[in-house]
Ligand binder design. Structure first.
Ligand code: T46
Length: 140
């Protein structure tokens, strides 16, 4: 499976509003163990700047516009989250940077594991070493 922009199932209309949802192991390929969200981030701030050894995550932006750049050590792809109906599956082994492109944007994340700082690779040269050694080959 690859990193993927997903359309979140949505019900509603302009008169009563909208409701969007996704379910573990149906719409996304893991059990959700943790939810967190990032907000009140000044515009054009860059966050992230790390990769995860094992963690898989779904990112979505219920309000605003956030650009997510994923890098597998060889190539980068940019994804725009600018609708509550869009979500991005981020697999293990991708260096990710997030840029806040609109005032007040909120980033929500559903994660496959509890918080563990030991799962983070926060040094880019160390990340490239993991890629070179094939740490994530045949995974995902
Ligand atoms: C990610 C992107 C999308 C915790 O104590 N528990 C948590 O569950 C999380 C997510 C963070 N923290 C602590 C760790 C740091 O001391 O909160 C502080 C800020 O975390 P960080 O600088 O890693 O935040 P971001 O926005 O750069 O990255 C976050 C997630 O940490 C990361 O896993 O993939 O959002």
């Amino acid at each position: 499976m690859d990193n993927l922009l997903l359309n979140i199932t949505t019900h509603g209309n302009d008169e009563v509003g909208y409701l969007s949802f996704f379910e573990s192991n149906k719409d996304i390929p893991f059990d959700i163990k943790r939810i967190y969200y990032t907000y009140l981030v000044p515009i054009d701030t860059k966050r992230g700047m790390h990769a995860h050894k094992e963690l898989q995550q779904i990112l979505w932006c219920p309000y605003g516009k956030i650009e997510v750049v994923l890098n597998n050590g060889n190539e980068k792809s940019s994804y725009i989250l600018d609708s509550p109906e869009k979500a991005l599956l981020v697999l293990k082994g991708y260096w990710h940077d997030m840029y806040w492109r609109k005032e007040g944007s909120v980033l929500c994340v559903a994660a496959s594991e509890h918080y563990d700082e030991a799962d983070y690779i926060r040094d880019y040269d160390e990340f490239l070493k993991y890629v070179k050694e094939g740490y994530w080959d045949d995974e995902n």
